[in-house]
Write a protein that binds this ligand. Sequence first.
Ligand SMILES: NC(=O)c1ccc[n+]([C@@H]2O[C@H](COP(=O)([O-])OP(=O)(O)OC[C@H]3O[C@@H](n4cnc5c(N)ncnc54)[C@H](OP(=O)(O)O)[C@@H]3O)[C@@H](O)[C@H]2O)c1
Length: 276
Amino acid sequence: MANVCVITGGGSGMGLETARHIPKDVILVLTGRTVSKLEHAKEILEAEGHRVYTTACDVSVRRDVHELCLFAAGLGTIKTVIHAAGLSPTMGDAEKIIMVNAVGTKNVNMEFFKYMNDGGVIVDIASSSAYAAPDILAIRQIFDEAEYQEEKFVKHMLGEATLPPGEENAPGFAYTLSKKFVVWYAQKCAHEYAGKGIRVVSVSPGLIETDMGSREVEAWDYAKEMIENTCEHRMGTAAEMGFTIAMIADERNGYLRGIDVLIDGGASTGKQFKKK
Ligand SMILES: NC(=O)c1ccc[n+]([C@@H]2O[C@H](COP(=O)([O-])OP(=O)(O)OC[C@H]3O[C@@H](n4cnc5c(N)ncnc54)[C@H](OP(=O)(O)O)[C@@H]3O)[C@@H](O)[C@H]2O)c1
């Protein structure tokens, strides 16, 4: 049976660029909500010699993710899941962002766990914003609700994101919280799934030049400051991230698990070395 790599958010940006570096004997399954984007990505990848299937799926809908698993399992052995689907603060209200980024990650990991076996790897794409969220017990208690008390989880996440006086920044805070959840949840899954031989790791990109990243730079002053704090005073490219994510997914990285890989061009360390 052929090996299968599923890429959520595979129709664009980092998901598509990651697909380019997956070995050509692996069947690619690209998914997202927009069929035209998936078809376009399939054309690009097939021209480069990949075997590609596409299927639409909204990761915030558990049933969709379940059907995605069945589709992928019908093609071969699911070895790799790159979960790159996500929304940024300018792409939805706080609830939508929590549903797609946090609930979506829970859905993807929980469903694929059932269909993956020894040697499998799940790479969840978080964000460097995750590091800006408070690391307090109350929030971790909310995270604990995600798997089996989804309604409560969403309500409590939303409550945190809309706390006064910052309500107008609710989508931004929902994003930060949802990505902190991705980092935390990938670590939890890494420890729980290890018994089945499945490796789980998260990746936190800084500002990356995709449609999403460019929207954020236009919308927020702090994004310009982040770029200034990087070593080369620039955004990362989707191509750079695609290479790194594919490399992290490679099975030879057996000890890279249960941890977040922060890839931000030095933005998080830049302030202390800035020339006065
Ligand atoms: N670019 C940055 O600066 C940056 C920084 C940190 C983290 N990230 C994260 O990196 C990941 C990839 O983002 P990107 O920059 O490559 O942007 P992108 O090109 O917009 O990719 C995001 C993909 O997610 C898909 N998607 C969105 N909502 C979905 C849903 N409910 N179900 C299934 N697919 C969905 C989108 O396709 P459809 O709209 O067709 O569904 C799109 O293909 C995201 O998780 C993002 O939060 C990005």
